[in-house]
Design a protein around this ligand. Structure first.
Ligand SMILES: [Zn+2]
Length: 209
């Protein structure tokens, strides 16, 4: 047995040699992960971000159409590109800051992949972002000129199924589903978006599962 203080590399692991190797390994993992994130494959980042802590709901703050164009994931991608937002995987550059968009007829569209951080709520972009198209704020859209002025029944149905699927996949609870305005002062997703009802329905339906 080696005396205390003798640095036998076979089983003494407290010296600079072993520490140095660990440091090199750690730097390698960080740098390698960073490079892989930029250039793909993205497994280090995907492993780190496998589970989102919850979901943040937004509205588009528009009618279903604006200037004759349908507001959907493609248009939001263009709008967010103009803000300079971009994140890429090996195949595609995503500008849209949300992970999902739900149209007034209940159609769900994909934004950026779930494993990517969002660009929708400052400081909370590990949450998945879902945008419902419409303007649900009675302050910004008082007379409901921008339609829908509250989430449609079809949007709420799609949202409930999507949230149940995401809860199962990421392991969060109904209490982890928030409106944007629960994190910062904003009219998003608007006072006509029934966040409490959305959470309650989710809690009721998942307790029966
Ligand atoms: Zn928002």
């Amino acid at each position: 047995m080696a005396a205390m203080g003798v640095r036998d590399p076979n089983y003494y692991c407290g010296g600079a040699g072993c520490g140095g190797i660990l440091l090199v390994l750690a730097v390698g993992v960080v740098v390698g992960g960073g490079l892989a994130y930029r250039h793909g494959p993205h497994w280090p980042y995907m492993l780190l971000h496998r589970h989102a802590p919850g979901v943040i709901i937004h509205h588009s703050g528009t009618g279903a159409t604006a200037g004759g164009r349908i507001i959907d994931a493609d248009l939001l991608d263009v709008a967010h590109a103009q803000r300079g937002w971009a994140i890429a995987d090996a195949r595609h550059t995503y500008h849209i800051g949300y992970h999902y968009v739900i149209l007034p007829d209940g159609t769900v569209q994909r934004g950026r992949p779930e494993w990517m951080p969002g660009a929708h709520t400052a400081g909370k972009n590990r949450y998945l972002g879902i945008c419902l198209v419409g303007n649900f704020s009675s302050k910004d859209n008082p007379d409901g000129t921008q339609k829908p002025s509250r989430p449609t029944a079809a949007q709420l149905e799609t949202l409930a199924s999507l949230l149940k699927e995401l809860m199962k996949r990421h392991g969060f609870s109904p209490d982890d589903v928030h409106g944007h305005d629960e994190f910062r002062a904003t009219e998003c997703p608007g006072d006509r978006c029934p966040m409490d009802r959305i959470r309650l329905r989710l809690a009721e339906e998942t307790s029966r599962m």
